[in-house]
Design a protein around this ligand. Structure first.
Ligand code: CTP
Ligand code: MG
Length: 179
């Protein structure tokens, strides 16, 4: 069933979708790279990747996974996904932050300033890294949960959700750019 597949895709990816948005709200303070530049004269990561944003983003993603686990028995008909093992809760949330950080590393190496667009990478960086990390640390749950249909749904839905939430955050004045 397509609807069920889409529901599972969104449900299991929520712990990876939340961190970047929370980082936007909670970010600030000391950048992870501490201002460091590489030989190319560009920042390692840039001022947009902070310890506070990363910590709060990761914690929020884990909290969402734990909350979904509590909700699981009450969702009518049940969601066709097993509850998040703690390892998956952490890997989905932290993987999302790590993917975004790696993307900033690549942006700086390709001469893109903070806030520049990087089509494709911006929309999927966090999904790829959170899925790969989850496949490594919670392999059984990953294989059980991410059927081919769910994976297809994730890769189709994520760019759509990403573009629309960022446009909303921009319209609300929470973000400096609409991407
Ligand atoms: N943020 C943060 N820590 C992170 C990720 C994001 O503090 N690990 C906050 C920063 O305030 C950042 C904002 O969320 O400016 C928006 O995130 P993002 O669009 O990923 O960063 P950019 O500022 O656009 O920088 P970059 O070009 O490196 O993506
Ligand atoms: Mg940005």
């Amino acid at each position: 069933m397509v609807v069920e597949t889409v529901v599972v895709a969104i449900w299991v990816m929520l712990p990876a979708y939340i961190p970047n948005n929370v980082a936007v709200l909670a970010g600030g303070g000391r950048p992870i790279d501490n201002g460091m530049t590489l030989d190319d004269g560009k920042r390692l990561l840039g001022d947009g990747k902070t310890w506070r944003g990363t910590a709060f983003g990761t914690a929020a993603g884990v909290a969402v996974a734990l909350a979904l686990n509590q909700l699981h028995p009450f969702v009518s008909g049940g969601v066709a996904a097993d509850p998040f093992p703690i390892a998956a809760a952490v890997s989905l949330a932290f993987g999302a932050m790590l993917g975004d950080i790696l993307a900033s590393f690549l942006k700086r190496r390709t001469g893109r300033e903070r806030g520049a667009v990087f089509p494709g990478v911006d929309q999927l960086d966090f999904v790829v890294v959170s899925l790969v990390l989850t496949a490594v640390v919670a392999t059984g749950w990953f294989l059980e949960t991410f059927t081919l249909g769910v994976l297809v749904a994730v890769f189709v839905l994520t760019p759509v959700l990403h573009v629309s939430t960022n446009a909303i955050a921009y319209a609300l004045g929470l973000k400096d750019e609409p991407w």
